[in-house]
Design a protein around this ligand. Structure first.
Ligand SMILES: Cc1ncc(COP(=O)(O)O)c(C=O)c1O
Length: 394
């Protein structure tokens, strides 16, 4: 018996259709399998490894903090330097109104916390979300997930959720004085990289202002440089009331946060006290990694190069006759196939040629390219060459 046999035997699995390659090592943009095959990671663990695998700067920060202390006490009880330093770093990079961070362990938890905060602050019963949005797998996040197939088997879910179509300004009047919050991604990732139309996010922010509803940005997949700015609302020029972060935040370590103004966040501290608690939220080792992640991105000028790198992928691939469209912002690309039925086959071809790409949850006619932001220009040339070759053999 091998680990692969035990994997099927002992792990609860979300699907039977995983590649189930046994990976034994990683570095930069590469993953290495037990069979000795070298793969290029064009998914970044789904928008996590923005600073590359086995980044020495992150490793050093993790090792240093692990040797000093790990878990001491539930979140918020003791003053822990990694949490305080990280919260101050974030506040220093965010506009006024996004000053206070509540640390959690994952994206779903950031969404759960944000929903609770909005309900508690506004005292309102209704939530608004968008069709084809993905916000996580927990019950609250699932309730605002804009896809029936994934959530129907788990009803009853939270009541009072209204769904709107992304990019449709004519539906924004459905946000009313009863709406506690509106949850939105600036780019709908799992819908296949659907970019916001000009003015949509600004109109949404304006409608939330008029109705006193809180605008929650799910920046879990786009945060930490993916769109060419540290946070995606900077790319698209609007401002949420609550910002949800996770994924790339910890440079490969698990951590998430929801961030708001001091006034809004205070409402979680009282009535009831301890109404929102977490044991591992803001784990010191994860916070140390998150600090190193921001430092690495900034010290190495990674983010300003992201848009140009993404554009290079588009230039190299767009004119291939098998490709219908490429939706791109920064290093987040949705490659739409001309013949939808070939999407699965191209992903298999790419894998055989050592390139790991990924499907989208809600769009089967396209595939995702989202490499570590540290990918170099020569690596992009190598990768696009291999993609073109794989397209030839469809
Ligand atoms: C946009 C978005 N929001 C939330 C989540 C949930 O994050 P997690 O899997 O860390 O709970 C994801 C995960 O893929 C995501 O892509």
């Amino acid at each position: 018996m091998t680990d692969k046999d035990f994997y099927y035997e002992y792990l609860g699995l979300p699907s039977r259709h995983a590649s189930a390659i046994e990976m034994v090592d990683a570095g930069g943009i590469y993953l290495y399998s037990r069979e000795g095959k070298k793969y290029v990671d064009l998914v970044s663990g789904v928008s996590v490894n923005n600073v590359g695998h086995k980044n020495p700067f992150i490793i050093e920060a993790v090792q240093r903090q692990a040797a000093q202390y790990m878990h001491l006490m539930v979140y918020g009880e003791f003053v822990q330097s990694p949490q305080v330093r990280l919260a101050r770093m974030l506040a220093g990079r965010l506009p006024e109104g996004l000053d206070v961070s509540y640390f959690v362990n994952s994206g779903s938890e950031a969404i759960e916390g944000a929903l609770k905060l909005a309900k508690r602050y506004t005292g309102r019963p209704e939530l608004v979300a968008f069709r084809n949005a993905y916000h996580g797998g927990t019950q609250g996040a699932l309730s605002i997930l804009g896809n029936e197939r994934l959530k129907n088997a788990f009803r009853p879910l939270m009541p009072g959720v209204r769904f709107l179509d992304f990019n449709d300004v004519s539906q924004l009047h459905q946000i009313t004085g009863k709406t506690a919050c509106v949850v939105v991604e600036s780019i709908q990732a799992e819908a296949g990289i659907i970019l916001p139309e000009k003015g949509f996010l600004q109109a949404l922010q304006q409608r939330c202002k008029e109705t006193g509803s809180l605008l929650i940005l799910d920046d879990i997949q786009m945060g930490f440089g993916r769109t060419g700015r540290m946070f995606s609302f900077e790319t698209f020029d609007f401002q949420p009331d609550i910002l949800c972060l996770a994924k790339a935040m910890g440079g490969g370590m698990p951590i998430g946060a929801f961030i708001s103004s001091r006034e809004i966040m205070r409402s979680l501290t009282f009535n009831p006290e301890l109404g929102h608690i977490t044991t591992f939220g803001g784990h010191p080792v994860s916070c140390a990694a998150a600090i190193a992640n921001i430092e690495f991105l900034e010290a190495n000028n990674i983010i300003p190069q992201v848009e140009e790198k993404g554009k290079r992928f588009v230039e190299a691939l767009l004119h291939h006759p098998e490709i219908a469209e490429i939706r791109q912002k920064g290093l987040m690309l949705g490659i739409e196939m001309k013949h939808p039925e070939k999407a699965d086959r191209i992903m298999q071809n790419l894998l055989q040629n050592g390139l790991i790409v990924d499907r989208f949850l809600f769009r089967s006619t396209a595939f995702r390219i989202a490499p570590p932001l540290t990918i170099t220009q020569p690596e992009i040339e190598m990768v696009t060459g291999k993609v073109l070759k794989s397209l030839e053999n469809l």
